[in-house]
Design a protein around this ligand. Structure first.
Ligand SMILES: [Zn+2]
Ligand SMILES: [Zn+2]
Length: 271
């Protein structure tokens, strides 16, 4: 299989490894193309772990240097995972992943995915215990991700589902959950049709399903959406995690191809 991954973090933010370690691991795993996509800066006080503007500039410089250094071994790309409330520039990047990590509750920001306990607290304090109101608020914010970030790729579309293995927190087949997710997808599809199939939570928290869930991939396919494989890696070991399994799943769902980025631009890989 032709391996490539464009969602990867480094120790400029919450990743474990340096940029160069990530690149070397991608080469040793046989990737043809690889993108480093650090988190952006946000102005939210609870988001204290994200990079400073200076760190982001240094990250960009380092990726550009590595592109040249490893040019004969791998096609490297400079990306950013731009949050809906991100306030750092995306200028000079090769591509942008648009991701919603916070819900905006009348000016109060809460993490979408800060562990089951954090989510329970958000639902209890701000949504009167109604998980579907939380989901509706999240997907409403997510529906604007392209308008705000001008992203090329939709990052972890149903991130709210991260801690919900076995639907232990809320029911993802509930009509309100499904309606909110589909309305969000349809709004996004007006301007961007490339969604990542993200195995990050499968690696990090043992989820058995990718983002977006399989039923959402079916909805995406019927609406003309396209897909790109993503391991949302925060360490070297996770690069390309379960990509074989994801290719099988995409074939089963009915996708005929997936997208990748090359020096010549976006291109399709037959499944
Ligand atoms: Zn993310
Ligand atoms: Zn990420």
């Amino acid at each position: 299989m032709i391996l490539s991954n464009f969602h990867a973090h480094t120790n400029y933010c919450d990743g474990k490894n340096t940029c160069e370690e990530m690149v070397q691991a991608a080469i040793s795993k046989g990737l043809r193309a690889f993108g480093l996509s650090e988190h952006c800066h946000t102005p939210v006080p609870i988001d204290s772990g994200h990079p400073t503007f200076e760190e982001l500039a240094a990250f960009g410089d380092e990726v550009r240097t590595l592109k040249t250094k490893y040019a004969d071994k791998i096609e490297l790309f400079y990306g950013i995972e731009q949050d809906s409330i991100g306030d750092s520039s995306t200028d000079g990047t090769d591509y942008v992943i648009g991701s919603t990590h916070f819900v905006n509750i009348g000016g109060v920001y809460r993490f979408v995915d800060d562990g089951a306990d954090g989510q329970r607290e958000t639902v209890a304090r701000f949504y009167g215990g109604d998980w579907y109101a939380f989901a509706e608020a999240y997907f409403a914010d997510e529906s604007q991700i392209v308008d705000i970030t001008n992203c090329d790729i939709i990052g972890h579309f149903d991130l709210i589902n991260k801690n919900n293995e076995g639907d232990r927190l809320f029911d993802t087949s509930h009509p309100r959950y499904r309606a909110a997710a589909i309305a969000s997808m349809e709004r996004i599809l007006r301007r961007c049709n490339l969604f990542e199939v993200n195995t990050g939570a499968m690696y990090r928290v043992g989820r058995t399903e990718q983002y977006p869930q399989t039923w959402l991939l079916r909805e995406l396919l019927t609406r003309g959406g396209e897909v790109i494989l993503s391991s949302d890696s925060h360490d070297t070991a996770s690069i390309g995690y379960k990509f074989d399994e994801m290719e099988d799943l995409l074939r089963e769902v009915g996708f005929a191809r997936r997208k990748t980025l090359t020096r010549g631009g976006w291109t399709d890989i037959e499944l």
